[in-house]
Design a protein around this ligand. Structure first.
Ligand SMILES: [Zn+2]
Length: 257
């Protein structure tokens, strides 16, 4: 089939036009008229991921994070875009549309945590029509307990947290955002969330959480989003049964001690 058909299938799963202004989702490498037989689904496209896809006989990679995001100032032979093009591979990246779409990354994260956190059925958007979700715990839990449960369920090596609870107050309303969502801290606070669970929390955000009396839990960017690989691979197989789909088997390159 043509790349165009895969592009249309990804667009049907999460509309590209819903992407944030700063995002770069879409067909980023190749032409809609190129042939595609075998797609690899990955969280990121690194040079190692391209090697892995070549080994598996893939001719396209569909990823969450855009392979071109920051300004591309040079295209060296080691760059994944160069690697893709020199292997005649195409790349589609679906970033914020997949975060926002109903059933997408944020809802997946909620569903993964639902049972162990004892969440009620109610799920509200954190940003209207956008990123993040707000959920309610049937039985309030301490921030430490939520962090421990998230660590187990999301298979994190480490989870960092800040307990801003006054007088040992427990968390009942929890804001959740996969990836790097600590910029939503103030919004979560305005919406009366007791805590925000996300990844990639920068130094200053811990102090902002402390000053705003909202607890903050950092489960890591990778571990809050890696569930998208199986999700998107399954969706693509359903929509395009003639397409061979392989999940990237490489783990994050980071080691923990
Ligand atoms: Zn991300």
């Amino acid at each position: 089939m043509k790349v165009q058909e895969v592009l249309a299938a990804v667009n049907a799963i999460a509309l590209f036009e819903t992407q944030e202004g700063w995002d770069n989702s879409g067909l980023l490498v190749g032409s809609v008229w190129q042939e595609v037989k075998h797609v690899m689904v990955a969280l990121d496209i690194s040079a190692k991921v391209v090697d892995h896809a070549v080994e598996k006989g893939c001719d396209m990679i569909v990823s969450h994070h855009p392979v071109i995001f920051d300004p591309l100032t040079k295209l060296t032979a080691e760059h994944p875009v160069y690697q893709l093009a020199s292997n005649n591979m195409t790349a589609i990246c679906c970033h914020t549309p997949l975060d926002m779409v109903e059933g997408g990354i944020n809802d997946l994260l909620v569903e993964t945590l639902r049972e162990k956190l004892g969440l009620t059925e109610e799920v509200f958007p954190l940003e209207e029509g956008g990123l993040g979700r707000i959920v309610t715990l049937a039985e309030p839990k301490s921030v430490e307990d939520i962090a421990k449960i998230a660590k187990e369920v999301l298979k994190c090596h480490t989870v960092r947290y800040l307990d801003a609870g006054v007088n040992g107050e427990k968390v009942k309303t929890l804001a959740i955002c996969g990836g790097s969502g600590s910029s939503l801290l103030e919004l979560a606070d305005e919406l009366h969330a007791d805590a925000l669970l996300t990844g990639d929390v920068k130094h200053d955000r811990w102090y902002a959480a402390q000053d705003n009396y909202i607890s903050l839990i950092d489960c890591g960017h990778y571990h809050t989003e890696i569930g998208m690989v199986a999700f998107l691979a399954k969706k693509l197989k359903e929509v395009l049964p003639d397409l061979e789909v392989t999940e990237c088997a490489l783990e994050e390159p980071v080691k923990y001690v």
